[in-house]
Design a protein around this ligand. Structure first.
Ligand code: 13P
Length: 255
């Protein structure tokens, strides 16, 4: 019912030349895949070059962030219209690294989502708890607050145009993946929050990705969980063979 979506977040990695090499190799393997939605998210400076490689490909392009104003005196920022102009269809919003290092809050994330939707970009909205929050039993409270704050004021129709990513911060880049059961528990909570806030029909169609040390070895078990609809992949998306293998493993799972 929900199509699996695998997105590669390349974070602050790859020159334009390296990005083109990576996406060219990936495209060779998976450009005609239709069973799974595939997205790659390079740095801003490589968006255009990567977009040129993806003409006629089923692999789609995303950015890693945006600013909520469209244009003006905002030195150093990149807006939704410019991201769209560079060929992107998706944008990651509220990644924990942006919350942690760049002062993003649920309120700024909320504004960024609006800017993305206004341009027809699909926001990948990230939520996730810190290790100390998990250890003190606050996971549900933290996820609920982030979810409600980020999506405050949106309609069911808006939310249907989004993807949610659950990324436990303690699992990002650590090699320590959430177990399928731990991940499923939070995905189920997010599905319930979707139903409570935006109706069951919305909850049934919105895809929820897992992120945090996802790799070829664990992706199958993760996406076999009923509420896990894909992955937002960091490290394992930086090599075409591991990312392509994850996609193939997802195709093999009949959902
Ligand atoms: P890793 O897959 O490197 O743990 O990163 C996850 C992530 O932050 C994706 O957005």
């Amino acid at each position: 019912m929900r199509k699996t979506i695998i997105a590669g977040n390349w974070k602050l990695n790859k020159t334009c030349k390296e990005a083109v090499e990576l996406v060219t190799e990936l495209n060779r393997e998976v450009s005609q895949v239709t069973e799974v939605d595939i997205v790659v998210c390079p740095v801003f400076t490589a968006l255009r070059d990567v977009s040129d490689v993806l003409v006629d490909s089923n692999v789609k392009l995303g950015a890693q962030n945006l600013y909520w104003e469209d244009a003006g005196a905002f030195t150093g920022e990149v807006s939704a219209p410019l991201i769209k102009d560079a060929g992107a269809q998706y944008v990651i919003i509220g990644h924990s690294e942006r919350r942690q290092y760049f002062g993003e809050t649920d309120a700024t994330i909320n504004k960024k989502i609006k800017a993305a939707l206004a341009q027809g970009l699909t926001p990948i909205v990230c939520v996730g708890e810190l290790l100390e929050e998990r250890e003190s039993g606050d996971t549900e409270k933290v996820i609920t607050e982030q979810f409600k704050g980020s999506l405050a004021g949106y309609s069911a129709d808006d939310v249907k145009r989004m993807v949610i990513a659950y990324e436990p911060v303690w699992a990002i880049g650590t090699g320590k993946t959430a177990t399928p059961d731990q991940a499923q528990e939070v995905h189920k909570l997010i599905r319930q929050l979707l139903a409570d806030g935006f109706g069951q029909e919305t909850a049934d169609v919105v895809r929820i990705q897992y992120g945090g040390s996802a790799k070829p070895e664990n992706i199958t078990e993760l996406i076999q969980q009923p509420d896990i609809d894909g992955a937002l992949v960091g490290g394992a998306s930086l090599k075409s063979d591991s990312f392509a293998q994850m996609i193939k493993n997802c195709i093999a799972v009949a959902k």
